[in-house]
Design a binder for this molecule. Structure first.
Ligand SMILES: Cc1cc2nc3c(=O)[nH]c(=O)nc-3n(C[C@H](O)[C@H](O)[C@H](O)COP(=O)(O)OP(=O)(O)OC[C@H]3O[C@@H](n4cnc5c(N)ncnc54)[C@H](O)[C@@H]3O)c2cc1C
Ligand SMILES: NC(=O)C1=CN([C@@H]2O[C@H](COP(=O)(O)OP(=O)(O)OC[C@H]3O[C@@H](n4cnc5c(N)ncnc54)[C@H](OP(=O)(O)O)[C@@H]3O)[C@@H](O)[C@H]2O)C=CC1
Ligand SMILES: C=C(O[C@H]1[C@H](O)[C@@H](CO)O[C@H](OP(=O)(O)OP(=O)(O)OC[C@H]2O[C@@H](n3ccc(=O)[nH]c3=O)[C@H](O)[C@@H]2O)[C@@H]1NC(C)=O)C(=O)O
Length: 292
């Protein structure tokens, strides 16, 4: 069912963002195809929304049709091949715990990434030296015009936190991951718990964020560059450069998307002044923002 004027704040980890002009959450391929066809007929843009954990959506909201993917659910652990077939809307942390409980290794790093499988395939999500690109066997993808394709990591031109699905109009429907079954579940659960514990101690998990705001630029990580520019704790309205990790901008309560956006720009300016280097946002900034 297509709805009008649906608030997107509750669909993003930042807890900000205005309404979608139109919103739909298809549960299967037919509903996804019908949603894309409806948008095309109406001459509307279509924006995919997974877990909303790497999105900064404008306070003015988004025009066109926003397609939430969380209704796309299906998980199959194939013991014969060691492959996991999973629909785009499944939660990555839930999947990591499920794999651990079954004694399958290879997803422990994903436990702290609060997005969906589709978002991970698009963003090449990764942590602790591992990434989606390394475990992906293939992704089933739908073009805006309804063509189904099966793509390999090579087709997706994966690099650090990047794929050619970003800025494309293709929709990830399903992914196949290669994992290693047969381990002792207690060991995999212990590793998974450790990864989450480490993350909770080094990152500000208690406040809404988008994870790292900027990609790491090279020899020095973004968090180091930002901390050395003296920006830890710097605040615009309810948006703050986190004390625990300078590459996180957190919503301390009541932040607007505009304030977060202004703080992103301020950090870029300050780091550029200090280090002559323009940090590149990892967070996807969508909708209208005023560039002052
Ligand atoms: C607390 C926290 C910690 C984080 N830690 C990490 C980390 O360690 N490593 C890391 O890599 N990231 C991390 N992130 C960022 C984020 O979780 C990842 O980028 C994640 O992969 C985004 O997935 P999502 O489903 O939320 O995507 P969204 O934020 O909803 O969307 C991201 C982009 O993908 C597109 N998209 C989403 N689903 C589909 C689909 N099915 N088909 C086509 N396009 C789609 C969207 O249009 C958008 O352009 C963190 C975020 C938070 C809040
Ligand atoms: N700072 C921020 O902006 C945000 C941070 N986060 C953090 O990101 C992480 C992921 O969040 P989220 O995507 O909500 O998922 P969670 O990790 O909170 O939980 C997802 C599912 O994983 C399973 N699970 C959780 N803990 C365990 C465990 N110890 N053992 C076995 N299974 C477990 C449960 O599945 P089942 O019910 O099937 O057993 C649960 O429903 C969390 O640490 C959360 O605090 C999340 C959102 C925003
Ligand atoms: C959270 C994300 O991914 C995270 C991922 O969870 C972690 C763990 O693997 O490694 C990356 O962070 P990161 O490079 O900041 O890792 P950390 O280990 O926290 O920091 C690296 C180094 O930066 C320095 N650092 C970090 C934060 C800070 O405030 N000050 C500082 O000086 C420290 O020297 C630290 O040793 C990913 N970020 C990027 C942009 O690649 C995300 O992409 O959203």
């Amino acid at each position: 069912m297509i709805q009008s004027k649906v608030s997107l704040a509750s669909h993003t980890s930042y807890r900000v963002g205005g309404p979608a002009e139109w919103y739909v959450a298809p549960k299967n391929l037919d509903e996804m195809q019908a949603s894309l066809a409806w948008a095309a007929e109406q001459g509307l843009s279509a924006t995919l929304l997974g877990g909303g954990s790497n999105l900064l959506i404008s306070d003015q909201g988004l025009s066109g049709l926003v397609i939430g993917t969380r209704g796309l659910r299906h998980t199959h652990f194939d013991l014969a091949t060691g492959q996991l077939h999973v629909a785009a809307g499944e939660s990555l942390p839930r999947l990591a715990w499920k794999a651990a409980r079954l004694g399958w290794q290879g997803l422990e790093w994903a436990v702290g990434i609060p997005g969906t499988v589709g978002g991970a395939v698009v963003m090449n999500a990764g942590a602790h030296g591992s990434s989606t690109a390394e475990i992906l066997v293939q992704a089933e993808v739908l073009s805006r015009f309804g063509k189904l394709e099966v793509l390999t990591p090579k087709d997706l031109a994966y690099r650090y936190r990047t794929s050619n699905l970003q800025n494309s109009d293709r929709v990830v429907l399903q992914a196949t991951f290669a994992l290693q079954p047969g381990a002792d579940p207690a060991l995999v659960l212990a590793d998974t718990t450790d990864q989450l514990r480490h993350r909770r101690s080094s990152q500000p998990y208690h406040l809404p964020s988008c994870g790292s705001v900027f990609r790491n630029p090279g020899p020095k990580p973004a968090g180091w560059l930002i901390e050395q520019a003296g920006l830890k704790g710097y605040q615009i309205g309810g948006a703050q450069v986190a004390e625990r990790h300078a590459n996180f901008i957190v919503n301390c309560g009541g932040a607007t998307a505009t304030e977060i956006f202004q703080l992103i720009r301020y950090v870029q300016e300050q780091v550029e002044q200090r280090w002559s280097f323009l940090l590149e946002p990892e967070v996807r900034i969508i909708g209208e923002f005023q560039h002052s």
